[in-house]
Design a protein around this ligand. Structure first.
Ligand SMILES: *Cc1c(COP(=O)(O)O)cnc(C)c1O
Length: 448
């Protein structure tokens, strides 16, 4: 078996995610034979450092012995079963653990498989809560410019990345979109805190105007990942929590990408000391092993659905693989690693190393900004450093960096012209230095 044979077979029968398939006429598709730690290996023995954690899901490396063992053990007992009318120990233990570590007040876990589905659950639950409370005017959602919440129609409706959304607009419901606290747009010399505070004025206005027709505000806490890894200050979440309380509107925190230590704390909301009414988790939840997502909600929300069957208040939503036992065991093993290895604390050193290694790039004439929140570091490439004029998108500079890095054995997947690192937490300081060096060379070569 070699790369070419597999590639040819693949292209006959597959359709890959988020890809213009014609690109593969000259962009190699890479079949992977195995993974080990931060490394992926193809069928010719070439290795690639997975600097983006396989689309932000992997936390403790590929083929992690501890997660493998947990799944193997579960496999001997129970692979899957219906979660309606029945239950199993892994899903109970996982729910207890999640409620134990999540921001205060989140009391019930509702499971799905993908992040988008967790978002749909939060949107439907919030809307349904208000229905159950007799507040029938509430049908709208407020979300941030440049936000991303997934690809299903509801999640896409509250998202705002034109590349993914525009074509489907006629199918979507209309969300109220307000200015993002995205600190890329701060004045020179202005602090993140100041800019994010100023940006909140629009949210306050939207809430004043629309609160009585609004179910919830939905945000990605601290980092808009698919929206070019744009970042903002925790103060915005503090102000938002206060305003949601004042205007009696739910707050949905989509921590699908930023949860599980990505921003430097277990959950990004912790940095603002706020608790959302709904918390959506996915991606890293199983350490990148199996599809599992969850929507946590407050007791008060659960209680609004708890009634006689004939009151017709139940949340009659389900997914086939909801609460899958194998996924739950992978998630439990992942949480064990966080505890046993003191991961959040150890990541602080890795984050410092990332910052140091990438710092010189800030001076590069084609780099507008190097920004970082915890274990996410992003480099914004532009045509003109002073005016921040972007490269014409048709040039696909990011793709050039992608190609160069691949040649060197590094897997990056820039969003447009933004190169970012979101590595598994088992990366070594030396590997961080190396990947930064390769990215730098790629940025220097792009366009030459
Ligand atoms: C990836 C992502 C989603 C969607 O999750 P899927 O598992 O891809 O459906 C939702 N919200 C955020 C913030 C994400 O990064």
């Amino acid at each position: 078996m070699d790369n070419d044979t597999l590639t040819q077979r693949d292209l006959k029968v597959l359709w890959h995610p988020c890809t213009q398939m014609r690109d593969h006429e000259n962009l190699p598709l890479i079949p992977i034979r195995r993974g080990q730690g931060v490394w992926l290996e193809d069928f010719e023995g070439k290795r690639y450092l997975d600097a983006i954690s396989s689309w932000w899901v992997n936390l403790f490396g590929h083929a992690n012995p501890r997660i493998n063992a947990a799944i193997e053990d579960q496999l001997r007992n129970l692979e899957h079963m219906i979660l309606a009318g029945f239950t199993h120990e892994p899903v109970i233990r996982l729910s207890e653990r999640l409620i134990g570590i999540a921001p205060q007040g989140l009391a019930h876990c509702f499971y799905a498989s993908d992040g988008s589905a967790a978002l749909e659950i939060a949107l439907k639950m919030s809307f349904h809560y208000w229905q159950n409370c007799g507040e029938n005017k509430r049908k709208r959602f407020i979300s941030l410019a440049n936000s991303y919440h997934g690809e299903t129609l509801g999640a896409l409706s509250v998202g705002d990345v034109a590349l993914y959304k525009e074509t489907y607009r006629p199918l979507l419901f209309e969300a109220i979109t307000v200015k993002s606290p995205d600190c890329y747009f701060r004045e020179s010399g202005e602090s993140w805190e100041n800019y994010s505070t100023r940006a909140f004025a629009e949210m306050e206005q939207a809430l004043e105007r629309h609160a009585d027709e609004t179910c919830a505000v939905v945000v990605e806490p601290l980092v808009q990942c698919a929206g070019s890894m744009r970042m903002y200050d925790p103060v915005y979440l503090k102000l938002l929590r206060q305003a949601c309380d004042k205007h009696r509107v739910h707050l949905i925190a989509d921590e699908i990408a930023v949860g599980f230590g990505r921003t430097g704390t277990m959950f990004a909301c912790e940095q603002a000391s706020v608790s959302p009414d709904f918390l959506c988790l996915g991606k890293g939840l199983t350490g990148g092993y199996l599809p599992l997502s969850v929507c946590l909600s407050r007791e008060e929300i659960y209680q609004a659905f708890y009634a006689d069957y004939t009151a017709r208040k139940a949340f009659l939503h389900s997914h086939s693989y909801t609460g899958n036992p194998l996924s739950c065991r992978a998630a439990l093993a992942t949480l064990d690693i966080f505890d046993d290895d003191d991961v959040i604390e150890r990541n602080k050193d890795l984050a410092v190393r990332l910052a140091q290694a990438a710092a010189p790039l800030a001076e590069h004439p084609h780099v507008a900004e190097v920004r970082q929140t915890g274990m996410i570091l992003a480099i914004e490439m532009v045509k003109d450093k002073t005016t921040r004029e972007p490269f014409p998108w048709q040039e696909r500079r990011g793709l050039e960096v992608y190609r160069y890095a691949l040649d060197q054995g590094l897997l990056l997947r820039p969003v447009g012209d933004v190169i970012y690192f979101m590595p598994p937490y088992v990366i070594t300081p030396e590997e961080i230095d190396w990947l930064t060096k390769v990215a730098r060379e790629g940025i220097e070569r792009a366009g030459t």
